[in-house]
Every structure is written in C-alpha cells, then in structure tokens.
Design a protein around this ligand. Structure first.
Ligand SMILES: [Zn+2]
Length: 446
C-alpha cells in the first residue's frame, strides 16, 4: 500500500475533478484504492508527504521512434522529406545493440519527464540487424515503463516510387509475417498488460497499398490496434494526390484505415471533411507539436479535432526530429500551439493535461484501465514537485505544471511500482544509459 497525502490532485475524471489538497491510496494489487479531498484515511503502508506537489495520471506517449536517440542533432534545418533522405542511409546500419541502447536512453528520459506508458513505432529492420524489437522491449523492462511497441514496416522504396532507399525496406510478405510473429510472441491482451503490440506500416510514401490493406486485416483478425503517420506535411499531401488522386485521409479510408482501433501520428494537414471523418469514425490522432515545429511541418488543428470528438493524445515523436523528448514539456507546447492558432481560449491547462493522459490512453485503447485517477484503475501516476524556485508562487498547481518550466518528478508509479523517485530512475542508472547511448551514436555514425 502506498498512501500519497497532503497533495493537490488532478484526477482527469469525466468531471475534471480537482482537489487543491487531497490524497491517493494505491493498493497492493497495483490499482487505485482511494482518491479524494482532505487527508488520507489512516492505515498501514508507505506514506508519501505530497506537500508542494501535484499528483496526476501518468503521461502517455502516443508517438515515438526510440531508435532515433542514436541519430539526434542531424539534418537540423530540413523539411521532413529532406530530413528522411539524409537519415535513411544511416538508419540502414541499425542493429539490436544500437536500438537497445537508444531505447534505454529515450525511455529513461521519458520516465524522468513524467511518462508512465509509451508506444514505440519501429519500422527499420535491416537484414543483419538482429531482433531489434526484442531489444527495445528489454529496455522498457529495464526502466519499468508500460510499453506499447508497434511492429512497423516499409515496403515501397525508391525504385517503386517511394521515398526510402531500397536497402531499408522489406518485402510485403516479409513485413506481414514478421508482424504476425511479433503479435503472437509479445501481445498481452489482459487489462493490466505491461506490453501490447500494434501494427504500424510507416507512411503513405513508404508503404504499398497492399501492405496497408493486409496490415489492417491482420490487426483486426488478431484484435490489436493500428498506427501510421498521416497528413504530416504538404509534401505528403502532394504525394498522395499524385499517386492516389486523393487526400491522405481519403486514402486511409480507402484502405480500411479509419476506425476506433486506429490512431494516426500528426494529422497536421487536415481539411474540414477529413476532421469530420476522423470524428465520425473515432480515429485517434497523436499530436506531436514540438516535432511539427522542429521540422516546420505546420500547425495541427487541435481545437477543431477536439470539437469533433476526435481522441487526441500527445507524442514527443522520434528524438532525431525533436531532440527534447520531454513529455511533460509537451503539455505546454500543445497549449501554446493551440493558442497560436486559435487564441487564448483555444486550450486550457486542464485540457492540455487531458490530452497527455486520458487522450493518450484512448489512442492506445487503454482508457478503461488508465488515463485518470479513479478507484479501481491501474496506479500509473506522477507526483510532480512544484514548490522549487522555478514553480513556487504559481498557486494553482496545475497551472504551475503546464505553464511553468518542465517540473521534476518526485515519484512516479507504474501499476503501483515506483519507477522514478526524487528525480532519479529507480531501476536503471542514468549514467550507464548515457554511456551506452553514446557508444551506439558513435557506432551508427562510424
Ligand atoms: Zn514519427
């Protein structure tokens, strides 16, 4: 039992209940046993004094490419297509050791930034690279995060009119078979699952129509979710109009890729009919405002997506297109992005936190067990310290978290198990992660 007492509580329940001073009790089953205003009930267990802190649901990262930790800081002034064509040849040298080290660093930084559940979108599988998916799953176990890696894929290379070079793609049949094997080996459908797999062909300009169609059929046969990049840039829109004669969302619909079991990365370039279709079908969007800004891709219409009941989560995206990789900081970036487009009422601090928690849980299909602090839900939560020099004086703790600088994590729990304490990883050593990532970076650039 862990009793967090004397703490501000943002539950992110349906009523957005907020307690300026309250408590959360975590049972030995790893689920929330009590949450409310005022002091916690007396009882045995570890007591955490939450004075100066805010407890929220753990942040959910809905889009990432962990391997990119090994190739940060390159192609700094490129568009998406220029950035990709610079990096594809380097990524062709990936192997399990590099991916494991990159994932360890990326997930370590995510945990320290308030993330308790991350997906990963891995789509580069060099022939002699070993088991890269296993390597990143090991890394997530090492840090202690809940993990939803996707089995990504690319089968449309330059010789067939796609963007990636020939040596980083698989054949359609190879990709489908490997995806099915990954689901059979790793996917845990149980409510408390620490590990779930989704199916994730990469993007319209790197994947054939046959792979998109058959991947959707495979995911639905297996009961797992679907993820891909969509509507990220003007270049992608031009590609879709030339190759398919329609917009990216029309293309997605034509290959069976709209539905409440699908979430799409970015959704920046969406017209009104596209937003209406996403809302009507319950298709989710992983909003990655820092990545979109770093690549100059555009400004997503998040307010319009929310007004059409589209499930929207937050993503840091790969560390090569957004070197910060701090999910807590993405709350403020999302708020700023919405307000840059729609004025000061376009998004509140509460709404930004909802995107980062319940919105993400909905994208990943975990809303029944995660995303809010409610009795019976899994105890994935973060206690943020907000009484230091940088935050003290902002009396509304939720405003301090979202409007203030990235806040240190006093304690984070995944299924009731501590993952971060007093700003340090509990299960892994940050210096070791850094050393291993540095070796991986040197090896891939050698
Ligand atoms: Zn991405």
């Amino acid at each position: 039992m862990i009793i967090i007492d004397n703490v501000a509580v943002a539950t992110v329940d349906a009523a957005d209940t907020y307690h300026p001073s309250g408590h959360v009790v975590v049972g030995d089953d790893g689920r929330i046993a009590a949450v409310g205003a005022g002091p916690a009930p007396e009882g045995p267990g570890r007591r955490v004094d939450g004075a100066g802190c805010l407890v929220t649901p753990g942040l959910v990262n809905t889009h990432h490419h962990l391997y990119q930790w090994a190739t940060r800081g390159l192609a700094l002034d490129e568009t998406l297509f220029g950035w990709l064509t610079t990096l594809y040849p380097i990524w062709g040298r990936l192997d399990a050791e590099i991916v494991g080290a990159a994932a360890g660093a990326g997930l370590g930084v995510l945990a320290l930034s308030g993330c308790t559940l991350s997906m990963d979108h891995h789509y580069v599988f060099p022939r002699d690279g070993g088991d890269v998916l296993e390597a990143e799953i090991e890394a997530a176990r090492r840090i202690g995060l809940r993990f939803h890696p996707t089995r990504g894929s690319m089968d449309l290379s330059r010789k067939d009119g796609g963007l990636p070079p020939d040596n980083v793609v698989e054949t359609t049949d190879e990709a489908l078979a490997a995806t099915e094997r990954a689901i059979d080996r790793w996917h845990d459908p149980s409510p408390g699952a620490m590990l779930q797999i989704a199916v994730a062909p990469c993007s319209p300009f790197s994947v054939t129509t046959r792979l998109m169609t058959e991947a959707a059929a495979l995911a639905r046969r297996k009961g797992v979710r679907l993820h891909t990049h969509l509507a990220e840039t003007d270049d992608e829109e031009d590609f879709c109009r030339k190759r398919f004669g329609c917009t990216p969302v029309e293309y997605a619909e034509s290959v069976g890729w709209l539905g409440d079991d699908v979430w799409l990365a970015h959704g920046v370039h969406l017209d009104d009919p596209a937003i209406e279709r996403l809302g009507a079908t319950g298709t989710g969007v992983a909003h990655c405002p820092s990545s979109n800004a770093r690549l100059g891709a555009g400004v997503a219409r998040v307010r319009d997506l929310l007004d059409h009941a589209v499930p929207v989560g937050l993503g840091v995206d790969g560390a090569a297109s957004q070197e910060v990789s701090h999910l807590g900081a993405e709350l403020r970036q999302a708020l700023y992005t919405a307000r840059s487009r729609g004025g000061p009422t376009a998004m509140s601090a509460r709404q930004a936190l909802r995107l980062g928690t319940m919105g993400g849980a909905r994208c990943l299909g975990r809303q029944d067990d995660l995303g809010s602090l409610e009795i019976g839900k899994l105890a994935d939560l973060v206690v943020w310290r907000l009484d230091g020099l940088a935050h003290d004086g902002i009396d509304d703790r939720l405003a301090a978290l979202v409007f203030g600088p990235p806040a240190p994590v006093e304690l984070s729990l995944v299924g009731g198990r501590p993952v971060v304490e007093r700003g340090e990883l509990v299960h892994a050593d940050a210096e070791t992660l850094q050393r291993e990532a540095a070796v991986a970076h040197r090896r891939i650039l050698a």
